[in-house]
Structure formats: structure tokens, C-alpha cells
Ligand binder design. Structure first.
Ligand SMILES: Nc1nc2c(ncn2[C@@H]2O[C@H](COP(=O)(O)OP(=O)(O)OP(=O)(O)O)[C@@H](O)[C@H]2O)c(=O)[nH]1
Ligand SMILES: [Mg+2]
Length: 218
């Protein structure tokens, strides 16, 4: 569990995070903004998916904003901006995940009346983000075929903390010797058969509409 000791007192960071997450959620609801916390492995295609989703949503008149969460730099932020998304960069410094307080500070800087949907890209990591809800309506985890077929078995927590799970880069599964059905079966078993993993290829624009449907963002 993530805990810190401050001036001799143990301070429960997770409990404080939940309180701020509730406030973020309340603020987003007040502005009628639908929001998604997009977690997932490094390089699984989170930014690519956000850009593709934003393109499709914008074409239907939905105004999209995004938070580009990264440890350092502005690469993803610039990609989002170049794609016409109202984006804000959020560098964590040394942290391997966003937390609710970082998101609160970003929300204070955003013009919330100018967006309908907020897509929050978390730092690429399949462990830490799970513990830190941000206040988004939905949490989604994105993995890809290039990480192998054992991600659900190795990182069950993040899948259990997510409403929707996506396996991206379906277009290259055969080249990296990955059987997507193995991953889907692991996920079904983990979630008691209630939830099905969604499959997509952002590159080939396959499965992205279905993800937007599942998130109810149109
Ligand atoms: N073949 C293939 N490549 C993809 C697909 N989606 C994304 N990529 C590529 O995968 C690489 C990583 O994509 P990003 O969108 O930057 O991934 P990310 O999860 O945002 O990465 P981090 O923010 O660094 O964790 C890029 O070179 C993308 O072009 C896909 O569906 N198929
Ligand atoms: Mg990214």
C-alpha cells in the first residue's frame, strides 16, 4: 500500500486521494463533462487511441479535452494539440501515476465550459495508477499485443479496477506470436465471465467506434 510518513505521523495518501477524486468528479458532473481515466502499459497506444477517439467524436460535434499525463516532457501533449484537442500537459516529475490532486490542479486551469468529454491519459504503468482514482466517470486499461499474452495474469489489479479493458495493435498479433484469445480468456476468467475484453487496432481504425460506444461518449 502507498503510504508516507510526515512529521512523525502516518498519513494515508490513498484516503486523501479518494476525497479529492470525489471533488473532481463532482466538478466534472457540474459541468456535464463525461470523463475517462485511460491507464495502460507504456507504448500500448493510449495517445494514439485518444487522438483517434477525439477525431471521431469531433466529427459528431462532441467537444473533446484531454490531459496528457507523463513523467516528463511534452511529446504526447504536442501530439494531442496538433490533432486539434484542447489538451493540458501534466508532468508527474518522479511519480509513476497521476493522482487526484494533480488532476484537480489541471481542472482549475481548464475552461470546463468548452468541453463535453475529458480523456485523461495516465502515465504508462500497469501497477500504480490502479490505486489512485482521479474522479473520472470511467476507468479504461489499454494493453497491446506487443507486451505478450500474459499481462492479465501478471497485473490483475489494474484490470479489476477498470470498467473497460482494451487490447490494441490487433493488426500485428500474428507477427509477435500472440494469440489474442488467450488474453481475452484470462480477462473473462478474472472478471467472472461478466466482462469481455475489447479488441482494436487504432492503426487500422478497427474497434474504436465500439470503444466509444462502450464508454457512452457520443
Ligand atoms: N501496429 C500498430 N501500432 C500502433 C497501434 N496503435 C499505436 N501504435 C504505435 O505504437 C507506438 C506507441 O503508441 P502511443 O500512442 O504513443 O502509445 P502510448 O501508450 O501513448 O505510449 P506512452 O505514453 O509512452 O506510454 C507508436 O509508434 C504508435 O504508432 C496499432 O493499433 N497498431
Ligand atoms: Mg502516450
Amino acid at each position: 500500500m502507498h503510504k508516507i510518513t510526515e512529521i512523525g505521523m502516518e498519513y494515508d495518501v490513498l484516503r486523501e486521494n479518494v476525497k479529492i477524486a470525489h471533488a473532481n468528479h463532482h466538478l466534472l458532473e457540474k459541468h456535464k463533462i463525461r470523463s475517462v481515466d485511460i491507464m495502460g502499459s507504456i507504448g500500448s497506444g493510449k495517445t494514439s487511441l485518444i487522438i483517434k477517439m477525439a477525431e471521431k467524436l469531433s466529427a459528431k460535434g462532441v467537444r473533446v479535452g484531454a490531459i496528457a499525463g507523463d513523467v516528463t516532457g511534452d511529446d504526447d501533449f504536442k501530439r494531442m494539440q496538433n490533432a486539434g484537442i484542447k489538451a493540458v500537459n501534466c508532468n508527474t516529475g518522479h511519480e509513476c501515476h497521476l493522482d487526484a490532486n494533480m488532476v484537480k490542479k489541471v481542472l482549475n486551469k481548464m475552461d470546463l465550459s468548452s468541453i463535453d468529454v475529458l480523456l485523461i491519459e495516465n502515465v504508462g504503468n500497469l501497477v500504480c495508477p490502479a490505486d489512485f482514482p482521479l474522479g473520472a466517470d470511467k476507468r479504461m486499461v489499454v494493453i497491446s499485443t506487443t507486451e505478450g499474452d500474459d499481462m492479465v495474469r501478471k497485473h490483475p489489479d489494474i484490470f479489476l479496477h477498470s470498467d473497460i479493458a482494451v487490447i490494441n495493435k490487433a493488426d500485428i498479433a500474428e507477427y509477435v506470436d500472440v494469440d489474442i484469445d488467450v488474453i481475452k480468456n484470462d480477462y473473462s476468467k478474472l472478471t467472472g465471465g461478466v466482462l469481455k475484453m475489447m479488441e482494436c487496432s487504432v492503426k487500422k481504425d478497427k474497434g474504436v467506434n465500439e470503444i466509444i460506444d462502450a464508454l457512452r461518449l457520443w
